[in-house]
Ligand binder design. Structure first.
Ligand code: FES
Length: 315
């Protein structure tokens, strides 16, 4: 983690704060790629991930757009209430779990609500590279839509389409009009609330897009902790613990004095990855690839469970 200073704070729409973070000595920050996020310590020991929404060519600042979500686990509320201009905060190096495919011939970016944030960086990057792209920004209503002025003034403003749920039908996102025919090299990227991402993803699949040309950002991944109990055995110490329904392996391990380092706690970042020595994981993360999941020799302890009665972990 490194110290950065909040150089600018702006409420851009109902419940959305936009922050500029700069190095304490104003030196360049580690570079990032479009789609990257940073870990931000929002309170002592509490780390959350936020997409970088600035221009990747600008190494002087990291820009974040954060929705105040009272229903979340408190991260966004801590940011809205406590992240004031001049405050020093800690962030991790940029990490990219949502990269653009450099071979794409045409790219369709679709941001729903606060899911616009990674799309902004992607639009800057595609524009700078001279690539063909369109950015669709879907929002419930104008007052809840941040970055509108920035998009109007962007060098790629002519590639931006904005859609509001509460305005006339003709301007709403339309699969028939806004999604090109599926062809090799046409890639779709979507970020936003889970239901919105499923809507775009499923709509594109139904129209013939292959899954490997559809890309989703999973920051708000919801963890399903249902599915019965199982036992976890730690190979190093021989400790055993039963993981109850509704409890994660991380939470169960704490009860026997084993603390696992976590970050996103949503199966997104990979921080809690652990080797499985025996047993069959029930993978519920979005970090491992399908091939890695099929190997059944790794598990994300913050969210995944077991299909077998016992899992033996390399801990
Ligand atoms: S803490 Fe991020 S995947 Fe488990």
């Amino acid at each position: 983690m490194m110290n950065v200073v909040i150089s600018k704070r702006e409420i851009q729409a109902d419940g959305i704060v936009v922050l500029d973070l700069v190095a304490e000595d104003r030196s360049p920050l580690p570079a990032f790629e479009a789609g990257a996020h940073v870990d931000v310590e929002v309170a002592p020991g509490v780390v959350r991930q936020y997409s970088l929404c600035g221009d990747p060519a600008d190494t002087q600042r990291y820009r974040l757009g954060i929705l105040r979500d009272p229903a979340s686990r408190g991260g966004s509320v801590a940011v809205h209430d406590g992240f004031v201009e001049g405050r020093v905060v800690q962030v991790g190096p940029p990490r990219n779990l949502f990269p653009l495919d450099p071979s794409a011939r045409k790219t369709i970016l679709v941001g729903g609500g606060i899911g616009i944030t990674p799309m902004l960086a992607m639009a800057h990057s595609l524009h700078a590279a001279g690539k063909d792209f369109v950015l669709h920004y879907c929002s419930r209503e104008r007052s809840k839509a941040a970055f509108l002025q920035e998009l109007q003034e962007a060098p790629f403003a002519d590639r931006v389409e904005i859609h509001f749920d509460n305005e006339d039908e003709a301007q709403k996102f339309s699969f028939d009009r806004d999604l090109p025919q599926p062809e090799a090299g046409v890639h779709v990227y979507v970020c936003g609330p889970g239901g919105f991402m499923s809507w775009i993803h499923d709509g594109a699949l139904q129209r013939g897009y292959p899954a490997d040309q559809l890309h989703q950002e999973f920051f708000s991944a919801e963890i399903d902790t249902s599915g019965g109990t199982f036992e976890v055995v730690l190979s190093g110490s021989g400790k055993k613990v039963v993981v109850e329904e509704g409890q994660s392996i991380v939470q169960a391990l704490v009860t026997v004095g084993v603390k696992i380092t976590v970050s996103c706690e949503q199966g997104v970042c990979g921080t809690c990855l652990c080797t499985v020595l025996d047993g069959e994981p029930d993978h519920r993360d979005v970090y491992l690839t399908d091939e890695e999941k099929a190997d059944n020799d790794q598990i994300l302890l913050c969210c995944s469970r077991a299909k077998s009665p016992t899992l033996v972990l390399d801990l």
